[in-house]
Write a protein that binds this ligand. Structure first.
Ligand SMILES: Nc1nc2c(ncn2[C@@H]2O[C@H](COP(=O)(O)OP(=O)(O)OP(=O)(O)O)[C@@H](O)[C@H]2O)c(=O)[nH]1
Ligand SMILES: [Mg+2]
Length: 372
């Protein structure tokens, strides 16, 4: 459906270590994000720093290193794997004479490219406007601008020349439109609720295999791909459990560490599927070293959307890729209830265990025991 975008902007990537145990996987994820936005990473500049410096985020020496890398690779874009303050972004752009994007800008750009539904597009636009509102003055505005470049998609570019009042007006208009769409959505949600079917939401870090599992379980054909944020708009299908009961299954947008607050807020309606679920299938890529960190990040977002109390069943996916091969199996918690299912969505292995676990958790006699 959508391939990697081909804007082919040569980019210099910057990632600083602030903690000792930051590792390769965080940097790999950063590169994936850059690629997903359509950038062509030319080099990665790393370094250790105790805390960000106020003016340029990085120290002066690092700024010079970035400058040299830009010249060497003839790159016109610098991507930071960190959240830059508006003034840091501005100072860097002025100094480096090119576009500089922080992690939030990068994620927003990917979202802008991937949003397909009317609601999804409005949500991204809203988040972009909030982001832009704090960044009205850009140091590089006198430079030649490339329309549609990374970080310039969506409403960003024209708003740069407008004032905050105009942006606030736009935010108001979009919120109104979103309200309308969301009311319609609430209506269909109510209709589904009336049917009294139990709701299950697939949630988890991005690229863990939620959509692959959704497709394999329901026979749907939603887009699944080895890239961050393949899914933005939720999909909903019915699913029959092993004992013949019908449930509703939702596939949702994946989360990532440092998910921009405005994005979570803007997507709150989409995330309602999750907030109102009876059970969350928390999909985890079992091959990742950092899976525990990722689980924590996902739980942080769940807290933000007040969904942290909904029972979770962990689905440890991609066991076919584990170095030490594992067979599908089911782990139980201290109450003897299903806690973690190890399976492969791709190979369709372990689905019987998943079905069994869902049935037990949703239709068990003692609801108090369901909380894991
Ligand atoms: N080997 C293997 N690959 C898998 C498995 N499940 C998913 N994948 C692959 O993992 C990649 C991501 O899968 P998706 O289903 O798009 O993941 P997602 O969690 O929906 O990702 P987002 O929507 O981007 O958050 C795809 O390339 C899948 O083919 C699995 O069990 N085994
Ligand atoms: Mg998906």
């Amino acid at each position: 459906m959508f391939e990697r975008p081909q804007s082919n902007e040569l980019a210099v990537l910057v990632h600083l270590h602030f903690a000792k145990n930051e590792d390769r996987e965080v940097i790999e994820e950063f590169k994936e994000l850059a690629l997903a936005a359509g950038a062509l990473p030319q080099c990665l500049i790393t370094g250790k720093q105790i805390k960000p410096s106020a003016h340029y985020f990085v120290g002066l020496g690092k700024v010079e290193e970035i400058q040299a890398a830009l010249t060497t690779h003839q790159a016109k874009l610098v991507l930071f794997n960190h959240n830059l303050s508006p003034s840091q972004e501005r100072n860097l752009e002025k100094r480096l004479q090119c576009r500089v994007l922080g992690r939030i800008g990068l994620i927003l750009d990917i979202f802008a490219q991937r949003a397909h539904s009317f609601e999804g597009k409005l949500q991204v636009k809203l988040a972009q406007l909030h982001h832009t509102a704090t960044r009205l003055v850009r140091g590089w505005t006198h430079l030649e601008r490339q329309r549609g470049g990374i970080g310039l998609r969506g409403p960003g570019e024209t708003q740069l020349e407008t004032d905050k009042r105009l942006i606030q007006q736009q935010i108001k208009i979009i919120k109104k439109r979103l309200d309308k769409v969301q009311k319609q959505r609430a209506q269909s949600q109510r209709a589904r609720r009336k049917s009294q079917l139990r709701h299950i939401s697939l949630i988890g870090y991005t690229n863990t295999g939620k959509s692959t599992l959704f497709n394999a379980l329901t026979g749907a054909e939603v887009f699944a791909a080895d890239q961050p944020f393949a899914t933005l708009d939720p999909s909903i299908r019915r699913l029959r459990t092993i004992d013949g009961k019908m449930v509703v299954l939702a596939d949702t947008v994946g989360f990532i560490r440092q998910l921009p607050h405005h994005l979570v807020e803007a997507f709150s309606a989409t995330l309602e599927e999750t907030q109102q679920a009876d059970l969350l299938l928390h999909v985890v890529d079992a091959t990742r070293q950092d899976k525990m960190d990722r689980e924590k990040e996902v739980n942080k977002v769940l807290q933000q959307i007040q969904a942290e109390k909904i029972p979770q069943l962990f689905v440890y996916n991609k066991i076919d890729l584990l170095l030490a091969p594992a067979l599908p199996h089911l782990e139980r918690n201290r109450f003897g209830l299903p806690h973690r299912v190890w399976l492969s969505a791709h190979q369709k292995q372990g689905f019987d265990l998943l079905h069994q676990a869902i049935t037990e958790l949703l239709f068990t006699q003692n609801p108090k025991k369901r909380l894991i």
